[in-house]
Design a protein around this ligand. Structure first.
Ligand SMILES: O=C[C@H](O)COP(=O)(O)O
Length: 251
């Protein structure tokens, strides 16, 4: 039985003061939540403060990116060591906004996934098709390449640690949520690719989150699908009550 995982991706929102307030409000609702893995992913600037707020709770902290390199002359980058020092446990990698606006490609995303696993951080690998891919019938083709390339050379034993987030780009921040049937179909497809890559045991163990306009109202149906193991939440994670309602839907 896979434990559900609900992660809030705060994206480029929240000053340190706002982040502390939000984390405190989430803590009031979810500090002792054992049944679901809860992860807060604030901007880099608020990681330390949010880690401090949730330090005595079961809530995890994640970052929204990570460098594939160790350290050195990489202006603007943040390394695994810097994140671990702030008690970061999860790293979102290959989010569609990074792929689209910062031209991150599967090669670099894969390097980051490998580095994160090597350093005992848990990658959340984001994959998903654009609207034109879906309209042209290319959803599976696009998602398959992102999964195979993003997870290239990852051993079967690591699939209990990593998380895949299926985020149809057309559903992100648009209010257009994939239907539970559409999402389930792609999640089952992704699990099939993992099975083909590294075997049935890893495919059964890997957690696959859905992301894209998930909120309290649609979460119960999405989360009741057999291959949907959680959510990567954007907009609805910026409010503690709505985020907590999604976590409660996963119980
Ligand atoms: O990382 C989160 C996703 O991009 C979903 O964002 P959203 O819930 O605002 O659509």
């Amino acid at each position: 039985m896979r434990k559900k995982i609900i992660a809030g991706n705060w994206k480029m929102n929240k000053t340190v003061a706002d982040a502390v307030e939000l984390a405190n409000n989430v803590k009031l609702e979810l500090a002792d939540c054992k049944e679901v893995d809860v992860v807060l992913c604030p901007p880099f600037t608020a990681l330390k403060s949010v880690s401090d707020v949730v330090s005595e709770t079961l809530i995890n902290v994640g970052s929204q990116n990570m460098s594939s390199e160790e350290d050195g002359a990489y202006t603007g980058e943040i390394s695994h060591g810097m994140l671990k020092e702030l008690f970061v446990r999860y790293v979102i990698l290959g989010h569609s906004e990074r792929r689209e606006y910062y031209k991150e490609n599967d090669f670099w995303v894969n390097k980051k996934v490998i580095k994160a696993l090597e350093k005992n951080l848990r990658p959340i690998l984001c994959v998903g098709e654009k609207l034109e891919d879906r309209e042209n019938g290319n959803t599976e083709k696009v998602v398959e390449v992102q999964v195979r390339e993003g997870l290239k050379d990852v051993p079967a034993s690591a699939y209990t640690e990593l998380v895949i987030a299926y985020e149809p780009v057309w559903a992100i921040g648009t209010g257009k949520v994939a239907t539970s049937a559409q999402a389930q179909e792609v999640h089952a497809f992704i699990r099939g690719i993992v099975k083909d890559m590294v075997g049935a045991e890893a495919a059964d163990a890997v957690r696959i989150q859905y992301g894209g306009s998930m909120k309290a109202a649609n979460a119960p149906e999405l989360l009741s699908q057999p291959d949907i193991d959680g959510g990567l939440i954007g907009g609805a994670a910026l409010d503690a009550t709505s985020f907590a309602a999604i976590v409660k839907a996963a119980l």
